[in-house]
Ligand binder design. Structure first.
Ligand code: RIB
Length: 326
């Protein structure tokens, strides 16, 4: 494979001149630049990316850390980030932290060693002090971390109030909530929206709240227990994966969904349309969130001015059969 020295020799210039042409920095006269480019083409020379990265301390790559790649919400988010980053000629290094702070910190160190140009965090495990030590631009996506950081999130609180009010509007009066992980800010925001709506409706009862951790099996188990020990006629699950678990539990107990118990989830992942009955949900603008975060990061990396660095996107109620009562 041709080296930079082979190119310099063929073009009759120094290695430094070839490097200036490759990196487009420093003066090279037009005739010399033309000879160098001809030599590169003739030898089919490919710059050594590792060497280039070490020299320029940039890699045209970004790191994207997600907490649970097994949850269908994240692949759609990752797809959007990758599509936009590729438009701007950046490569994405995807990291899955398994909702573990320590694993996330290890990935941050690895990404810094690889001279990534920026990082998108869809977790909220690090403190703002830890994030501020990251010496490249950081954008927060989906899970709020700190108001000082550029971020793209959706309106979790309003979405939860919409879901709860929807169950009330179809006649539910004993509405349970299956909550996501206590350390995840958007799960807490959704709980707050559910609680405030229930208080406004005069239906609040803390015994109707169960921890599902955004987890399918746990949500099924806690729903089985709840449906057998309490009178519940509506369930708002903090994400669609838990709503699928709740649906499984209701059907295992031979309960009719929605007429015995109505169920609504949150996210609008494709799976929510594949269940029987199809799941009502609160639709997050997943792709739009990922794309906006990627564009925000590119602007930060390239030093462009940013009119607005905090974005909170609206969500939308999607009614399907799991809340359509006869
Ligand atoms: O389903 C996974 C959840 O975690 C989603 O609601 C998303 O907001 C992410 O934070």
């Amino acid at each position: 494979m041709a080296t930079i020295r082979d190119v310099a020799k063929l073009a009759g210039v120094s290695v430094a001149t070839v490097s200036r042409v490759l990196n487009q920095n420093g003066y090279v006269n037009k005739e010399t630049e033309k000879r160098v480019k001809q030599a590169i083409e003739q030898l089919n020379y490919k710059p050594n990316e590792v060497a280039r990265t070490l020299f320029k301390k940039t890699s045209r790559t970004i790191g994207l850390i997600v907490p649970d790649i097994s949850n269908p919400f994240f692949p759609e988010l990752v797809r959007a980030v990758e599509d936009v980053m590729n438009i701007y000629d950046y490569t994405v290094i995807l990291c899955n932290s398994d909702e573990k702070g320590e694993k996330e910190k290890e990935y941050i160190d690895i990404l810094k060693q690889r001279y990534v140009d920026g990082i998108i965090l869809t977790t909220n495990q690090l403190t703002i002090g830890e994030v501020s030590k990251i010496d490249v631009p950081v954008v927060v996506l989906d899970r709020p971390l700190d108001h000082s950081l550029p971020s793209v999130i959706a309106n979790n609180y309003e979405g939860a109030r919409m879901a709860t009010r929807h169950l009330y509007d179809i006649g539910c009066r004993r509405i349970a909530h299956i909550q996501g992980p206590l350390h995840v800010v958007n799960a807490v925001e959704r709980f707050n929206g559910y609680r405030d709506e229930m208080k406004e409706l005069g239906l609040w009862d803390e015994q109707l709240v169960f921890l599902g951790d955004y987890n399918l099996k746990l949500a099924k188990e806690v729903t089985l227990h709840a449906l057998q020990t309490l009178s519940i006629d509506g369930i708002f699950a903090g994400n669609d994966v838990m709503a699928v678990g709740a649906l499984k539990a209701a059907q295992q107990l031979d309960l009719d969904v929605p007429n015995d118990v109505a169920i609504i989830g949150y996210d609008n992942i494709p799976l929510s349309e594949m269940t029987t009955p199809e799941l009502s949900t609160v639709s997050q603008p997943i792709y739009q969130m990922g794309a906006m975060a990627a564009r925000l990061l590119v602007k930060k990396i390239e030093g462009q001015s940013i009119e607005q660095s905090q974005h909170k996107l609206p969500v939308q109620l999607i009614q399907r059969k799991s809340t359509m009562r006869e």
